[in-house]
Design a protein around this ligand. Structure first.
Ligand code: COA
Ligand code: AMP
Length: 632
């Protein structure tokens, strides 16, 4: 008999041990766990304690051993190079095993860190799974981050090896990854022993003979490596994400809990069956890419797609539909911003109608709030359910969703639907008391978090507690605010920290402010996220200069824009800044960024009672108007 959502949810909260043990039985363990949940040291919960497993075995070898080795595992489609490749589970397993052997022969062992800084090519996924195979901990850094951000991550996780490529291709631009990597290593205090560089035809990299070798050289004489058994709670990967301090936080994911949660989610959240093609059009540098380009689909026996392109311009706004048709994609996942880009270029959905999408069942959106206009446009033109779901790098998989594999519920525009089984989601006031339906507050998740969520922050247990676990003891602080309606539907309204969301990419305004303040003429700065039709939000900077500065203002603005691009990366989309006399502050000196944001977006605001000098807000409005904002 089909269970209802309510039954699933209740079981997951009341009997988590039973619930998750059943899910874990579907995977391979060398040694079974002795405790489903080890809660001896809260908030450091450990799932499947004592269990010994290997994530790569479960993602690849298991399917080969169970007779599905000739089914498609990985499809690579690159409109920017014209390449199309397909690999079966057996072929991909063999490539991964060989590269894992190459890493082992270079001294990489269980627990060693390996940074992967690569574009969307099969070698990136091979590198990730090769690390998993030998118990090394990978840390993928998104290609849109510049050298400084990469250097910070090198210093934090101290990789033995860095794997990269000679270049990435962004529409028609060639990005010299090797130059960015070399500069990052120069900036970093910690130096990796070896860099393995995949040479691409478009641009060949210069190698440093003492440190670098090509991917091909690395494979010479390598023997395929078997899977190395690891503890369930051994780290699989570290993924850095923006934090409020400006210093990225290294989210640590385990092996056992992660594979159980992701496999469960493929079946129950996304409603996909082994053998189907599942496509997440994201980047492996983000959590969506980790969970739903690489691990989730492969663990569930699905074909996954590595797409090296953009929703528009590679070559046109029909590329998503071409791929869905060509590979018979059943379930597709992307960010709302990608749809806004398509809608802008193809408002009538003309490109959609050129393709046969009969095999396409469901569209999932995440990464930012799915605005109702975009959802309705997608529903109208695609004629499939459009499901907004909410999650974070920290959780690794959906906290709230309309679970298609359990009991598809009604869609409410603007809502990410209901809490996913395993997550005890609550909305609380500042005293930590649960709020009634409809009232806005901090969104928290009661302990223990389900399997697959973060173990801790890399080498920073105290920061983990301070950032997430201490404000409301017994609960995880999501740093998102919102409300739950009378039907249990969750509405995510805003972040409560300095994080902004630019084209589905998570950025810290604090980190951008730090770059602005590094300019010798700048005394003080503030960065806010301003609404943008395409990217959801874009950062805008305000600069207060030191007294006596006579550098032309336009030159200072140009320089700070370059600083952010060079140090954080082009992905910050930081294109606008303005010089002002003063910043609006409270009497205690806190910059009123929230009020500035409301003015920029022409939203209503109340004059903060504690404002130091209300006249400054008029100056800020005038400055915003020079940049095309605050028009009403
Ligand atoms: N390597 C190097 N540079 C990169 C990069 C990468 N992997 N990804 C992005 N960049 C660069 C871009 O080339 C661009 O540079 P530019 O300023 O020189 O033009 C800049 O970073 C901003 O990139 P992007 O945010 O992608 O903007 P865009 O204008 O090129 O494209 C969208 C706009 C909406 C099409 C694009 O942002 C998109 O596809 N977003 C979906 C995001 C997503 O999937 N998020 C995952 C979370 S689910
Ligand atoms: P990231 O860690 O990069 O995945 O970013 C996580 C943040 O993105 C969340 O804390 C939210 O602020 C935002 N976010 C992700 N998905 C959604 C969604 N479906 N609705 C609203 N906000 C979302």
């Amino acid at each position: 008999m089909q269970h209802s959502y309510e039954t699933f949810y209740r079981e997951s909260i009341e009997s988590p041990d039973k619930f998750w043990a059943e899910a874990a039985e579907k995977l391979h363990w060398y040694t079974k766990w002795h405790h489903v949940l080890d809660d001896a040291n809260p908030p450091f919960y450990r799932w499947f304690a004592g269990g010994i497993t290997n994530t790569c075995y479960n993602a690849l070898d298991r399917h080969v051993d169970e007779g599905r080795g000739s089914e498609t595992a990985v499809i690579y489609d690159s409109p920017v190079t014209g390449a199309k490749e397909r690999y079966t589970f057996r072929e991909f397993r063999d490539r991964v095993a060989l590269f894992a052997g190459a890493l082992q022969s270079r001294g990489v062992r269980k627990g060693d860190r390996v940074i992967i800084y690569m574009p969307m090519i099969p070698e990136a996924v091979i590198a990730m799974l090769a690390c998993a195979r030998i118990g090394a901990i990978h840390s993928v850094v998104f290609g849109g981050f510049a050298s400084h951000e990469l250097a910070v991550r090198i210093d934090d996780c101290k990789p033995k090896v860095i794997i990269s490529a000679s270049c990435g291709i962004e529409r028609d631009k060639v990005i010299d990854y090797k130059r960015l990597l070399d500069f990052a290593i120069e900036l970093a205090h910690f130096k990796p022993e070896i860099c393995i560089i995949h040479q691409r035809d478009r641009l060949k990299a210069q190698l440093n003979e003492e440190r670098d070798l090509t991917w091909k050289q690395a494979l010479l004489g390598a023997e395929p490596a078997p899977c190395v058994p690891v503890e369930s709670s051994d780290p699989l990967y570290i993924l850095y994400t923006s934090g409020t301090t400006g210093k990225p936080k290294g989210v640590v994911r385990d092996n056992g809990g992660h594979m159980v949660a992701l496999k469960w989610s493929m079946e129950h959240v996304y409603g996909v069956k082994p053998g189907e093609t599942y496509w997440a059009a994201s980047d492996i540098g983000w959590v969506v890419g980790h969970s739903y380009i690489v691990y989730g689909p492969l663990l569930n026996g699905n074909a996954t797609i590595i797409f090296e392109g953009k929703p528009v311009g590679t070559p046109d706004p029909g590329v998503f539909w071409r791929i869905i048709e060509e590979y018979n994609v059943s379930v597709f996942f992307t960010a709302p911003t990608a749809f806004r880009a398509i809608k802008k270029e193809d408002p009538k959905g003309t490109y959609i109608r050129k393709h046969d999408l009969t095999g396409f069942r469901t569209l999932f959106l995440a990464g930012e709030r799915a605005d109702p206009d975009t959802v309705k446009w997608a529903e109208e033109h695609l004629n499939v359910p459009v499901i907004d779901h909410w999650w974070q790098t920290e959780t690794g998989w959906a906290i709230a969703a309309n679970c298609q594999g359990i009991e598809p519920g009604d869609v409410k525009y603007g809502s990410a639907s209901k809490a996913v089984p395993g997550y005890d989601v609550k909305v609380v006031n500042q005293d930590g008391e649960s709020l009634p339906a409809g009232q806005m507050g901090d969104i928290v998740i009661g302990h223990p978090l389900p399997p697959g969520t973060m173990l801790t922050l890399w080498k920073a247990d105290n920061l983990f507690i301070d950032s997430y676990m201490s404000k409301y003891p017994g609960n995880y602080l999501t740093s998102d605010a919102g409300y739950i309606d009378e039907d249990g539907y969750l509405f995510i309204m805003s972040r409560t920290d300095d994080i902004i969301n630019v084209a589905g990419h998570r950025l810290s305004t604090g980190a951008i402010e730090a770059e602005l303040c590094a300019h010798p003429d700048v005394a003080e700065s503030a960065v806010i996220g301003v609404a943008d039709d395409l990217k959801g939000e874009v950062p805008v900077g305000f600069l207060v200069l030191k007294s006596g500065v006579d550098t032309p203002h336009a030159q200072i603005v140009k320089h700070v824009i370059e600083y952010v691009r060079e140090n954080i990366g082009p992905v910050a989309s930081f294109k606008k800044a303005v010089i002002v006399e003063r910043l609006p502050k409270t009497r205690s000196g806190k910059i009123l960024r929230g009020t500035m944001r409301k003015i920029a977006n022409s939203e209503e605001y109340t004059m903060p009672a504690t404002i130091d000098d209300p006249v400054i807000l008029d100056e800020i409005k005038a400055a915003l108007q020079t940049m095309g904002y605050a028009q009403k």
